[in-house]
Design a protein. Structure first.
Length: 486
């Protein structure tokens, strides 16, 4: 996507809960199985080609005489699959062709990600080679693409989405099969899709892809929609406060704001943590005990698995609803939001707090706040995680050397101020976000730590007399100042 196109459009996902009939559910499961088959076929093809070329290199075959490498692009893998489809999948006519394209596309993306990670061209941790998808572990998902007939996705009642059917059903001469296909082609949607239909009809939105997946014990359709920036999705209006706010995310409280918001926080600025997983833990334990006594492949086990999946889906829905409520309030009421860039993956390695951190979902909350701020035009400033927001006094600026996690109140040794630990951190984050926003707007150098360092200043190659800088406090530890040649 070009820079001009990115500036005039934005892509968002619109999710609907489906209510398929038993026949439609069987068809969807076969579609997901076909997508899994396409993924494994593409992966095995690449693995076999890599193994053959590796053996030929070990046997001394010249590089120019090796077996030709298989292209990992979607187009090449799909073209090769269409050539051998009759041999490797003689049942392919029973499902829609989009199922295999969906799985092959996922394999191509996974191989590309692994290749970029191996060549150190991808940020983040190292990604391993794609593993084969199994019936038990793989999530059931299939994607459909239809760009030419946008309105064909919607039923006139606006409570159903179209399901692509295989050619054996659409082109059958049997009137009974054709009548059956008319009942399968439309999947009932719990929510009305009238608003999205109007946007697509007016040309202000385009459906790029429809992904149907089984998540949380229910079938859901996720529509990847490209909206025009001048006609974004309608957002709920909020009473504007203005100014800046510092947000300190945590476990005891989901977030603490430097400015209390009536109806969202308490008098001190704390946002209640719903802890959806902790509420459902007893029910999940009982279901797990019953599952342990069931026989593999039994009907009772299948029903219990669905019940457990729905409990997990309810937990995820409650967590996401709380995150969206907080993110909408922040982005709709303030002009600038300052928050800390957390290393959630490193935080969950702490075993005593791992479950509570995962229940809070701080990583998902950070992403949702970023999306909502982008949609509403609110500026979001991420403060470096090494900034000592909890150890710094929000009144006088003194930095403590140590502050235990069990200490929930901050007591300043210099000015004697006593304040809640999270409120103190939120106020410091607000002040630091304003400083970074000012420096960024003026084009100055932005330093993530305080005090600012002189790492990037230009120095003369000629040395001069050494001078000792005064001691500074960085990351809560008093360090002896380095001797620098000025």
């Amino acid at each position: 996507m070009t820079a001009a196109a990115a500036a005039t459009h934005m892509t968002r996902a619109v999710v609907y809960t489906l209510d398929p009939s038993p026949a439609q559910e069987r068809l969807l499961r076969s579609y997901c199985g076909a997508a899994r088959f396409g993924f494994n076929w593409a992966r095995d093809l690449v693995v076999a080609n890599l193994e053959i070329r590796a053996k030929e290199r070990l046997s001394g075959v010249a590089e120019e005489h090796l077996t030709p490498a298989v292209s990992w692009s979607r187009y090449s893998l799909r073209k090769h699959f269409n050539e051998v489809k009759a041999e490797v999948a003689p049942w392919s006519a029973e499902v829609a062709k989009h199922c295999f394209d969906s799985g092959i596309g996922q394999a191509a993306d996974a191989l590309k990600t692994w290749s970029r990670s191996r060549a150190d061209k991808r940020a983040g941790s190292r990604i391993g080679f794609p593993r084969p998808k199994t019936r038990r572990s793989a999530r059931m998902s299939v994607s459909f693409v239809e760009l030419n007939h946008q309105l064909s996705w919607f039923h006139p009642s606006r409570h159903a989405l179209r399901l692509m059917l295989p050619k054996t059903l659409l082109q059958s001469k049997d009137p009974h099969i054709r009548a059956q296909s008319r009942h399968l082609v439309w999947i009932h949607v719990v929510e009305s899709n009238r608003r999205l239909y109007r946007l697509v009809e007016s040309g202000r939105a385009t459906i790029q892809k429809v992904t149907i997946s089984y998540v949380g014990g229910r079938w859901r359709a996720s529509l990847t929609v490209r909206f025009a920036v001048d006609a974004p999705p309608v957002k709920r209006a909020r009473r504007r406060i203005g100014g800046a706010v510092g947000v300190d995310l945590g476990v005891t409280y989901l977030a603490t704001l430097s400015t209390p918001v009536p109806g969202l926080t308490d008098a001190e600025g704390h946002v209640h943590n719903p802890r959806p997983l902790a509420v459902q833990l007893d029910r999940l334990r009982r279901l797990d005990k019953r599952l342990a006594r069931c026989q593999q492949g039994s009907s009772n086990r299948r029903r219990l698995l669905q019940r457990r999946a729905r409990v997990h889906g309810r937990v995820a829905a409650m967590r996401k609803a709380a995150h969206h409520e907080l993110a909408n309030s922040l982005a709709g009421r303030f002009d600038l939001v300052g928050m800390e860039s957390l290393n959630v993956r490193g935080m969950v390695r702490c075993r005593p707090l791992a479950r509570s951190l995962a229940d809070a979902g701080l990583g998902q909350l950070s992403r949702i706040i970023g999306v909502e701020c982008s949609d509403r035009g609110t500026r979001l400033v991420k403060v470096d995680r090494r900034y000592p927001s909890s150890k710094t006094c929000s009144s006088c600026g003194a930095v403590k050397a140590k502050l235990l996690l069990s200490a929930r109140a901050f007591v300043c040794d210099r000015c004697g101020m006593i304040i809640d630990r999270d409120v103190n951190a939120a106020r410091n984050l607000e002040r630091e976000a304003l400083r970074l926003a000012f420096i960024g707007s003026t084009g100055g150098f932005v330093a993530g730590l305080r005090p600012e360092t002189r790492n990037a200043d230009r120095r003369s190659p000629k040395s001069s007399s050494a001078e000792a800088d005064p001691a500074v406090v960085v990351d809560g530890r008093t360090r002896r100042a380095r001797v620098s040649a000025l």
